[in-house]
Design a protein around this ligand. Structure first.
Ligand code: GLU
Length: 288
């Protein structure tokens, strides 16, 4: 695996745009892809496209095709620069095995209901995504062999193996560098290999960023808290940590974040209504 050291100026900066094909791209995605393009241009870097399709039950081939078509239309071309996560489950499993061998993961067959009840009883609160925190109460109870299980990170144990504090290297809107301390403990005992899939978003994204030699991660502020966990996984797996820029989120008229679940208007619909790619770029502040 070719790793680049943080701040290594001798190699070209590498970025990635990493959509999940469970819906059509909307303006929020376009903003993120264009933010990657803009910073990559400014730093003479290149942007890769990563199709984050590990959740095979929710992704669809027509959405993958639509991603390519929409990005092409926007003027973002990634030929020869595409990675498809579902082709690399073995990599994620290999990395998880490293953590299993170090005793940092444990099997858990808790259901959502179990976790909610445990969190209520212990007053554990929620993780940054709003899910009840799992604090590992099941860790010492025997597993029911009939039940499917996930592999969870033993957060307390993991934290005890690293030199804290872990720093995250960031860029602000003006491209100024700053550092902040990662707070991965906010995620509790997070799932790294899901019950239904031999991977998870957090594990796959960290492994792929390293495997692809990504030097700059440009993504929305909605993923900023995930970066704290990603920084921990990088430390545990001895992987380099990219520089992060968390851009502002595009909001709709009510100030709500645009998301597929809110049925924000897909880019292709803007296109069908006659808007040009240039007009979309202008709308999002990327062209005068
Ligand atoms: N696949 C994620 C999404 O579509 C983005 C992940 C990332 O940029 O790290 O929201």
């Amino acid at each position: 695996m070719a790793h680049r050291a943080l701040g290594d100026q001798s190699v070209q900066p590498l970025f990635r745009f990493a959509p999940t094909p469970n819906g059509y791209l909307h303006l929020g995605h376009a903003f993120s892809a264009l933010a990657n393009e803009r910073l990559a241009k400014a730093l003479s870097g290149e942007v890769l496209l990563r199709i984050e399709d590990i959740d095979q039950g929710r992704v669809r081939p027509d959405f993958v095709a639509a991603i390519h078509e929409d990005l092409d239309w926007l003027g973002l071309h990634y030929e020869g620069l595409v990675r498809v996560q579902s082709q690399h489950f073995d990599f994620y499993q290999t990395k998880a095995q490293v953590l299993i061998d170090r005793g940092l993961l444990y099997r858990c067959s808790c259901t959502r209901k179990d976790i909610k009840e445990q969190a209520l009883q212990s007053g554990a609160g929620c993780d940054p995504d709003g899910a009840p925190l799992h604090q590992g109460l099941c860790r010492h109870t025997p597993l029911d062999p009939e039940q499917p299980f996930a592999w969870r990170l033993d957060m307390a144990r993991a934290l005890s193996t690293i030199d804290a504090p872990l720093m995250i290297h960031c860029l602000d809107e003006k491209r100024q560098r700053f550092e902040r301390v990662a707070e991965p403990q906010r995620w509790g005992d997070v799932v790294l290999l899901r019950k239904d899939i031999p991977a998870s978003y957090h594990l796959a994204v960290v492994v792929d960023d390293a495997l692809q030699g990504i030097s700059h991660v440009v993504r929305g502020q909605d993923l900023e808290a995930s970066t704290d966990l990603h920084r921990l996984l990088q430390a545990l797996l001895d992987l380099p940590s990219p520089v992060y820029y968390h851009h502002r989120l595009i909001t709709d008229e009510d100030g709500q974040k645009l998301s597929k679940s809110k049925l924000s208007k897909p880019l292709r619909q803007w296109r069908a209504e006659g808007l040009s790619a240039r007009e979309i770029r202008r709308l999002l502040g990327f062209e005068a």
